[in-house]
Design a protein around this ligand. Structure first.
Ligand SMILES: NC(=O)c1ccc[n+]([C@@H]2O[C@H](COP(=O)([O-])OP(=O)(O)OC[C@H]3O[C@@H](n4cnc5c(N)ncnc54)[C@H](O)[C@@H]3O)[C@@H](O)[C@H]2O)c1
Length: 259
């Protein structure tokens, strides 16, 4: 079978480097070119704009930033490519645009491409279902000192999953400062810690009367996300237009394993 041809947006960044390094030993996928605001020599052609791309691809993998999102989506639509949106920090307008394009483009979007965090998401939902309103939910995320967005996309993803159990009744409180008064029941507190080279840590605390349950995940290297992005690209190749996420990929991989 022909390899999945990846156009790597953000190719010259940290995640781009991790994806390229993993692809060196991948028999099923290859990076045909990259797009980056600051191109440098990385072994594949790198363009500053999608309009300059000469290579043919199957899937765009985006590890850059929300800036330039519409150009990426339009290129995917015009060339009938899938797109893995792994960047984080999208605004409400960006999310609406992504939804609009999902009617004509196969879009895989997740704030966290690791298997562990996706399991954590399911565990947090199950915990919220059992514990209900009797336990206060607080999320603490820790990342390196270069991270641009806060709170992390993963923290928001976890908060949204938990809030689904409460039918959207909880409001997110980012950090606390000053005389904030007693904590109300309808809050999910989210706290962003930044320092050093921390790859990514997420802790969800369910604090009840005299007992605390903590569900946590720690990424020890960025490779785990790069591997997830490559899996997502292979999954997305030749998929119909629509929105896809990790649960669809895991369901398909499990079906294939059981065949
Ligand atoms: N979904 C996940 O699992 C996951 C995991 C890790 C990182 N991320 C996200 O991926 C993104 C990149 O992370 P990183 O650590 O590699 O950052 P980085 O700053 O090291 O790299 C980003 C690269 O993208 C380029 N870039 C920025 N804006 C661009 C644009 N508009 N067009 C083209 N290129 C552009 C930069 O020049 C840089 O080379 C961030 O949004 C981060 O939060 C997501």
């Amino acid at each position: 079978m022909r390899k999945t041809r990846i156009i790597l947006c953000g190719a010259c960044g940290k995640m781009g480097g991790n994806v390229l390094s993993l692809l060196q030993d991948d028999a099923e996928a290859v990076a045909v070119c990259g797009v980056d605001l600051y191109p440098r020599e990385i072994g594949i052609p790198v363009y500053t704009s999608f309009a300059d791309i000469r290579e043919e691809g199957d899937v765009i993998v985006d590890f850059s930033s929300p800036v330039g999102l519409s150009e990426r989506l339009e290129y995917a639509k015009a060339h009938k490519l899938g797109i893995v949106l792994a960047s984080t920090g999208f605004s409400a307008d960006d999310l609406n645009l992504i939804d609009e394009y999902a009617s004509s483009v196969a879009i895989f979007k997740t704030a966290n491409l690791s298997l562990g965090v996706n399991l954590m998401q399911a565990l947090c939902k199950a915990a919220a279902q059992v514990l209900g309103d009797n336990f206060d939910v607080e999320i603490i995320e820790r990342h390196h000192n270069l991270k641009k967005d806060a709170p992390s996309g993963t923290a928001l993803m976890l908060a949204n999953s938990i809030n689904e159990v409460f039918e959207g009744q909880k409001k997110f409180v980012n950090g606390r400062e000053g005389i904030v008064g007693a904590r109300t029941k309808n809050e999910i507190g989210i706290h962003a810690v930044r320092g050093g080279t921390i790859v990514g840590e997420h802790e969800v605390m369910f604090a009840g009367e005299d007992e605390i349950i903590t569900i946590s995940h720690s990424a020890r290297s960025k490779r785990v996300f790069a591997a997830g992005a490559i899996r997502a690209a292979k999954f997305l190749k030749a998929k119909e237009a629509g929105m896809y996420e990790m649960k669809h990929l895991l369901a398909e991989e499990n079906t294939q394993e059981n065949m």
